[in-house]
Design a protein around this ligand. Structure first.
Ligand code: HEM
Length: 457
């Protein structure tokens, strides 16, 4: 896609970076200054607004990029294309210094280099995690070798295909309930929000059931996700407040599971052992936090982006309806083209990387979605080729941290799309300008108004 085409997709385009940045935000300041300025210091409540953002509008995507600029995700594909042409590793002084490589080759090289690039921090934000490598705050995603393999192995059994396949009926039921809850549909008139009324509910429901957490806390889970993954541009005190709130919630659930063990992931972790010893309380809490965060925003975004795409492509909707054999390829292609997850690394020690002087504790973003659209790696990289046969995409990451939940994610995405397309045969974006996108490393629509044109009931 050219920057010009992207301008149609995202009004303003890559050349107009700050169109919807919060006007009241302050000029960029250092993390240190921001901490001193934050009203009230430690314990500051976690007000949800752009007004406490530490960094203001982006000046240049090459020298001053910001993954939390409110306009970034909307025009990300065009930004990456622009950067691929001008400088394949962008730089920012924000967040204590960060780098953004945008080619498949560079992203891959960093993902495989666990010696120079630590996973201790995977969400680039104003602060730095206070738990040391190799375990990190949320094992295994924040763990480095050799501990990573131990923590990862613990999670393999519950996410193996045999354990995940039986969830299909449950997922289908959740989807149908959500569609039913939309009420009377008048084709041509009814507008539903496919992100808010549909996509967001599916992964929350599944992961709460898996962990054995109360289903009625779903709003709270989305708040946690929003605070952790979207609030990266907030003062460190506000972020700490949000971390503590999430930790307290998980600790309560863990206590309840210790008193009443049952057949779920939380009890599984409580009974797991490393070298004959139970997992530490920090390990159990960190892994649960990881599953809660990794399981929700990611899949919500993948479902939402796919519906966004299908709303603009009647030919693809028709193909999916008429050719059941295309589904396997289509799910992979939608994951490639609309990969939602960028992860971060922390530079372990000063290193010169392809001419860039990367300093210890600086962030390096790994935009797997940009790697997936690199024309050097994929033919017709910016097009959705529904039956793409060879598709070694990086949506689930590259290297030792490859997604453990990919079987579940694929199942949720496929079932959610099947059910949506079965109920709503024809639909379109009711107002492309009204679509809003997430902020931060996970990219997907957060409000997606869709007009239903033909429904089966
Ligand atoms: C479409 C949905 C999803 C996408 C695109 C996705 C993507 C990713 C990516 C890119 C990574 C690599 C992280 C890195 O290199 O630092 C990752 C890791 C991980 N994901 Fe997912 N994910 C999705 C859904 C899920 C779900 C539903 C779960 C579980 C409930 C999950 C659990 C994990 C875990 C535990 C890891 C860490 C693996 C490790 O560090 O060894 N993910 N995911």
């Amino acid at each position: 896609m050219t920057v010009h085409e992207a301008a149609a997709e995202a009004p303003g385009g890559a050349g107009v970076p700050n169109q919807d940045s919060a006007s009241e935000r302050r000029d960029p300041v250092t993390v240190h200054e921001a901490a001193a300025e934050a009203p009230g210091g430690a314990g500051v409540p976690n007000q949800d607004s752009d007004h406490d953002a530490v960094y203001g509008p982006v000046e240049s995507w090459e020298r001053d990029f910001d993954h939390a600029d409110p306009s970034y995700n909307r025009q990300a594909h065009a930004v990456w294309e622009q950067l691929r042409g001008s400088c394949p590793i962008a730089r920012t002084e924000r967040y204590g210094g960060a780098w953004l490589p945008v080619t498949h080759e560079l992203v891959r090289e960093i993902a495989y280099d666990t010696e120079h690039f630590s996973s201790r921090g995977v969400v680039a934000s104003t602060g730095r995690p206070d738990i040391a490598a190799p375990i990190g705050p949320a094992p295994p995603i924040t763990s480095d070798p050799p501990f990573h393999q131990i923590a990862r192995r613990l999670l393999l059994p519950p996410f193996a295909p045999k354990q995940i396949e039986p969830w299909e009926d449950e997922i289908r039921l959740v989807c149908r309930q959500r569609l039913d809850a939309m009420g009377e549909i008048e084709p041509g008139t009814t507008v539903i929000d496919a992100a808010l009324q549909y996509a967001q509910h599916i992964p929350v429901n599944v992961i709460s059931r898996m962990l054995g957490f109360p289903l009625e806390d779903d709003d709270l889970f989305r708040e946690f996700v929003h605070d952790q993954l979207e609030g990266v541009n907030r003062p460190v005190e506000a972020r700490q407040w949000a971390f503590d709130r999430l930790d307290d919630y998980v600790d309560n659930q863990v206590r309840e599971h210790i008193e009443h063990p049952r057949d779920d992931l939380t009890s599984y972790l409580l009974s797991a052992e490393i070298g004959g010893n139970p997992l530490s309380a920090d390990h159990v809490r960190g892994t649960i936090v990881l599953l809660l965060l990794a399981g929700i925003d990611t899949t919500w975004s993948a479902i939402g982006s796919s519906i966004w795409h299908l709303a603009g492509h009647p030919d693809h909707r028709r193909r999916l309806r008429e050719d059941p054999d295309v589904w396997t390829f289509a799910v992979e292609e939608l994951l490639r083209a609309y990969a939602p997850v960028t992860m971060a690394r922390l530079v372990a020690d000063d290193v010169e990387f392809h001419g860039c002087p990367m300093k210890t504790e600086e962030w390096v973003l790994l935009p797997f979605p940009a790697a997936n659209r690199d024309p050097e790696f994929f033919e017709q990289a910016d097009e959705v080729v529904l039956d793409r046969q060879e598709n070694r995409h990086a949506a689930f990451g590259l290297g030792i941290h490859r997604c453990l939940g990919s079987n579940l994610a694929r199942l949720e995405l496929r079932v959610a799309l099947e059910e949506f397309l079965t109920r709503f045969e024809e639909f379109e974006l009711s107002d492309p300008e009204a679509v809003t996108w997430s902020v931060g490393q996970i990219r997907g629509p957060r409000s997606l108004p869709v007009r239903i044109l033909a429904a089966t009931r």
